[in-house]
Structure formats: structure tokens, C-alpha cells
Design a protein around this ligand. Structure first.
Ligand SMILES: Nc1ncnc2c1ncn2[C@@H]1O[C@H](COP(=O)(O)OP(=O)(O)OP(=O)(O)O)[C@@H](O)[C@H]1O
Ligand SMILES: [Mg+2]
Length: 332
């Protein structure tokens, strides 16, 4: 079942696109990993899920993000409620300058929970969920800043869980941790996913393989590929994904001609493509945009059997796909 539904989402930083036309559905109670090279928009995408971007200046957000079917960017929406439902675990743990206990009790207090006994219960429960209880139960009143970095990250997790979110966003939450602490957090995620939807950004492919049920691959602000983790890693569909997974340099193509084929019929469209290939020189590159996924396979097949080379085929929007092909270099 879909928990977060992203439609035609674009983000501009002072006019520069950070995300372009993203469409993706994030399933409930699963772990979705967002991967891609530095600067591709991973953190940006994550932050659009709990409206953490709005606070920055010069940002423009277009498109829709539905959480449980509700548009979180609608006018009447209470941002505090969105953030309660969709919590963020940052890359570096940021504990509050107060005791371990108060860090966990902070959120519930803000949301109106009162009474020593109730708060004690909440603190214990969530420290246990974050796998920190045994280590800190005898020093709950000491400052949180005295904990190790790995413990601080688990405390942040406990603090986040204590407001009872439905979604946990984690932005490289293990990158500042030693291997043992990272593994502890990973294990927590695996246990928590039965009750929470987790969206995690990671630049560690092995971590995505270990944890993710679904993977989103971003490249230069675009969603290149998305799917169930095993299929994604074992049989990536697109050249860019294959390049990224195998650590190869991802080529950018210089496009010589473009064709935008909308709502056509396959053989008529293919004729237009062949005519276009007739006009360009060998070695030149044609980009064809289509609005049906089936057209991608059919058309790529025909283009290849005509002797041209498919450089890339990928989804670029909710209903648009691109095929990039190079005209045959040698005349047959
Ligand atoms: N506040 C900002 N102002 C201007 N540009 C920004 C801002 N934040 C991000 N960007 C730009 O938007 C793009 C996406 O950034 P983002 O932080 O989402 O990338 P990322 O995939 O999380 O990278 P990394 O792996 O390095 O954390 C980058 O080109 C970045 O320079
Ligand atoms: Mg980032």
C-alpha cells in the first residue's frame, strides 16, 4: 500500500533545478533507500517529505506530495502535524542540550503529554526501541552530550520515535558512526520497518542491499530508476543505473536532435523516428520522448534492429520516458 505518493515534484534553488519532475510511490512499512552520486538531490527529496525545505530561502517547490492521500503542501495543512507524522533522523546526531531523559520526553511534552508516570513509560519504551535502554537506564538524568556519537544517534532515534511518527526519514544516519554503532542502527531499522515506513538516504550501496526493500536511484535531480531492491540490484533496467552500480563513470550525451512523440500509434511513431534518423549523420544522437512505458521497449528494439545503438532509456516523468540513440556509425 502506498504511504507517500510523489507526483510531478520539482524543486528549484534560486531558480536552479534541484529535483526535476519526480514521480514515485513509497510503500508503507517497508524500507526505501534513496541512492545516487553526491549532489543528485537525495537530501532534497527526503526533506520534501516533511516540509523541511520550506524554511530555506529562495526555494520553490512544484508538484504534489501526498502522505496517506493528503497533500502536505495544501494551504490548510498544519506543518507541525506533518513533522510529527514524518520524522527526520539527521546525518549527524543532534542531541538537545538537556538530559537523556528530557531528550526523549521533549516531543511528547510539546504535544501535551503530562504526568511523571506516563513520561517515564514513554522514555523507557522508546529508549528500548532504539536499543539504548540497557546502556543508559542508570544515568537518565545525565546530559545527553556525554554519550558517544553512536549512542547519541540512537538517542535521536528514540527522541524521534517518542512522538509516534508513521514515517522515519533517515539521511545518511549511520555515516558518522563506527561500524558497530552503524550495525546497531541498521538492526533497529530492520525491526522497526514492520511498524514504520522508513525512507533512508545512503551512499553505501552495500547498506542499501542489506536493508532496502525498494530503491530509488537519482541522478542530476532526476529519478532514473525505482523498483524492488532485488530486481534493482540484480537486473537494473537502465544504462545509468548499471553504470552507477558497477562504479563506472556515467556519460552525459550531447543530443543532436529531439523528437517528442505524444499519444501516437507505434508504427506511425516508428516511421517518424526512422525519418529523423534518415536526416541525421552517423554518430549523431537522437533523443525520443514517449508517453507510454511499453513504447520504450518496442521502440528501442526497432531502433536497434535498424542498426543504431541505444545509449539510454529511462523514465523522466510520471508519463514520459526517454530513449537516447546514436545513429549507426558504419553504413551497412
Ligand atoms: N540551500 C541550497 N541552495 C542552493 N542549492 C542547493 C541547496 N541545497 C542543495 N542545493 C543543490 O541542490 C542539488 C541537490 O542537493 P542535495 O543536497 O539534495 O544532494 P545530495 O544528493 O543529498 O548530495 P550529498 O550526497 O552530497 O549529500 C545540489 O546541486 C546542491 O548543490
Ligand atoms: Mg545529502
Amino acid at each position: 500500500m502506498v504511504h507517500i505518493d510523489v507526483q510531478n515534484l520539482s524543486v528549484y534553488y534560486k531558480g536552479q533545478p534541484g529535483l526535476r519532475n519526480i514521480a514515485v510511490e513509497i510503500p508503507r512499512n517497508k524500507i526505501t533507500a534513496i541512492i545516487g552520486p553526491s549532489g543528485c538531490g537525495k537530501s532534497t527529496l527526503l526533506k520534501t517529505f516533511n516540509r523541511l525545505l520550506d524554511e530555506q530561502e529562495g526555494i520553490r517547490i512544484k508538484g504534489t506530495v501526498l502522505v496517506d492521500g493528503e497533500d502536505i503542501y495544501a494551504d490548510k495543512v498544519d506543518v507541525t502535524q506533518v513533522r510529527k507524522k514524518v520524522g527526520l533522523l539527521a546525518q549527524r546526531p543532534q542531541v538537545l542540550p538537556m538530559s537523556i531523559y528530557d531528550n526523549v520526553a521533549y516531543g511528547p511534552r510539546i504535544h501535551g503529554v503530562r504526568g511523571r508516570k506516563r513520561l517515564d513509560g514513554i522514555v523507557e519504551e522508546h529508549l528500548k526501541m532504539a536499543g539504548l535502554w540497557e546502556e543508559v537506564k542508570d544515568r537518565l538524568k545525565s546530559p545527553a552530550s556525554g554519550l558517544s556519537i553512536g549512542q547519541q544517534q540512537r538517542l535521536c532515534l528514540a527522541r524521534g520515535l517518542a512522538v509516534e511518527p508513521e514515517v522515519i526519514l533517515a539521511d545518511e544516519s549511520t555515516s558518522a558512526l563506527d561500524p558497530i554503532s552503524a550495525e546497531t542502527i541498521e538492526r533497529r531499522f530492520m525491526e522497526l520497518k514492520n511498524d514504520y515506513t522508513i525512507v533512508m538516504v545512503t551512499h553505501v550501496l552495500r547498506q542499501a542491499r542489506r536493508l532496502a526493500d525498494y530503491v530509488i536511484f537519482l541522478y542530476m535531480g532526476r529519478l532514473i530508476e525505482h523498483g524492488p531492491a532485488q530486481e534493482f540490484f540484480d537486473h537494473p533496467k537502465y544504462a545509468k543505473t548499471q553504470g552507477y552500480l558497477s562504479g563506472r563513470f556515467i556519460e552525459e550525451h550531447k543530443i543532436d536532435r529531439e523528437l517528442d512523440l505524444k499519444c501516437g500509434e507505434f508504427s506511425a511513431d516508428m516511421k517518424i523516428v526512422r525519418d529523423e534518423f534518415g536526416k541525421i549523420k552517423p554518430g549523431q544522437i537522437l533523443r525520443v520522448t514517449v508517453d507510454r512505458e511499453e513504447a520504450v521497449g518496442e521502440m528501442s528494439g526497432s531502433i536497434e534492429s535498424d542498426g543504431h545503438r541505444i545509449l539510454e532509456a529511462k523514465r523522466v516523468g510520471k508519463i514520459s520516458w526517454e530513449i537516447v540513440a546514436e545513429k549507426q556509425k558504419r553504413i551497412k
